[in-house]
Design a protein around this ligand. Structure first.
Ligand SMILES: Nc1ncnc2c1ncn2[C@@H]1O[C@H](COP(=O)(O)OP(=O)(O)OP(=O)(O)O)[C@@H](O)[C@H]1O
Length: 306
């Protein structure tokens, strides 16, 4: 979907993107980095809006240096900053953007209605955007990126300024762009935790340099720890399970039990039952990407994962 080789972009003394070589497969891909890491600069280079200082980049198999206009026909872009005219409605705006992308009038109207419905804007779509909440504005920005049915969308910090419920909605929408419509997504955020929930893979950059590029499934594979929560007397349950030959650590009120095959689950259930204690939760822990990247940061001075 995207390939860069030795990509570098300097602004005077600042190197915003520094010798970046990365191959991005189709799917929903996260690009994470602290503020100033070079994410927006990279997106603008991918769109052919900003020339690289050196190195090569291709998007959808096309060379950005020579095929910028063709790439922009097939790629949607949601910029980070607010860019919506306050005195027009979402419908008028998205129709206009779709027409600028080359759709005929009727097709532009139809696509606009579909896309605005998809992002969850209904009767509000006829009101001037100046009165919209941040969440509604982010949805319009997303809709205009999708209006011309692109093969790939580049989303720059789409959860910025949203409250937790708004973030969840936006992350759900992003996931569905990939799964329901088969459109590849490159989405940036400074929060790794939110990207791991919706992305097939994540690229981490810091100071314009590649720190890591990994598939989410590889990183978040199941660990060998079963987390157990009981409704009382966790110390006694822990002792009981140790007697049964299991490794148990008490962390606050939770028991972390080392997995020894499927029999572990039966031993935990029986142990709690013997003591007359209720079992609230028993689940195999999954690694979180943040753990891995925090270790990387400790070793190499990269960004803290949130
Ligand atoms: N047009 C420009 N002129 C000068 N310096 C710039 C320009 N654009 C970006 N930079 C610098 O390049 C570095 C990377 O900026 P960039 O906006 O790409 O980071 P980012 O990861 O997108 O962060 P943010 O989320 O804060 O926008 C920063 O140090 C920034 O100040």
């Amino acid at each position: 979907m995207i390939a860069t080789s030795g990509l570098t972009r300097r602004f005077g003394a600042v190197t915003a993107v520094d010798d970046l070589t990365v191959d991005v497969a189709p799917g929903v891909v996260g690009l994470v980095g602290a503020n100033g890491a070079g994410k927006s600069t990279l997106l603008k280079i991918l769109l052919g809006l900003l020339p690289a200082t050196s190195g090569r980049v291709s998007v959808l198999g096309l060379d950005v240096a020579t095929a910028g206009a063709t790439i922009r026909e097939r790629v949607g872009y949601m910029p980070e900053h607010d860019c919506l005219p306050p005195d027009v409605s979402a419908t008028e705006f998205v129709v206009q953007m779709a027409r600028l992308s080359g759709l005929p009038k009727t097709a532009a109207r139809e696509r606009t209605a579909d896309t605005l419905r998809h992002v969850g804007l209904y009767e509000e779509r006829y009101r001037p955007m100046g009165g919209y909440s941040t969440g509604m504005r982010q949805r319009v920005k997303l809709a205009q990126a999708l209006a011309h049915d692109p093969a790939l969308v580049l989303l720059d910090e789409p959860t910025n300024g949203l409250d937790p419920a708004g973030r969840d909605d936006m992350l759900g929408l992003i996931r569905r762009i990939g799964t329901d419509f088969g459109i590849s997504v490159l989405v940036t955020s400074h929060l790794l935790g939110e990207l791991e929930r919706v992305c097939d893979s994540v690229i981490v950059i810091d100071g314009g340099r590649l720190l890591r590029s990994s598939s989410t499934a590889d990183v978040t594979a199941a660990s060998s720890v079963v987390v157990v929560e009981v409704d009382a007397r966790e110390n006694e349950v822990a002792a009981r399970l140790r007697q049964a030959g299991l490794d148990v650590h008490l962390v606050g009120r939770l028991l972390e039990v080392g997995l020894r095959g499927d029999a572990t689950y039966d031993l935990v259930r029986d142990g709690a039952d013997d003591l007359g204690v209720g079992l609230v939760r028993m689940e195999r822990r999954r690694h979180r990407m943040a753990e891995l990247f925090t270790r990387t940061a400790d070793e190499g001075g990269g960004p803290g994962a949130a």
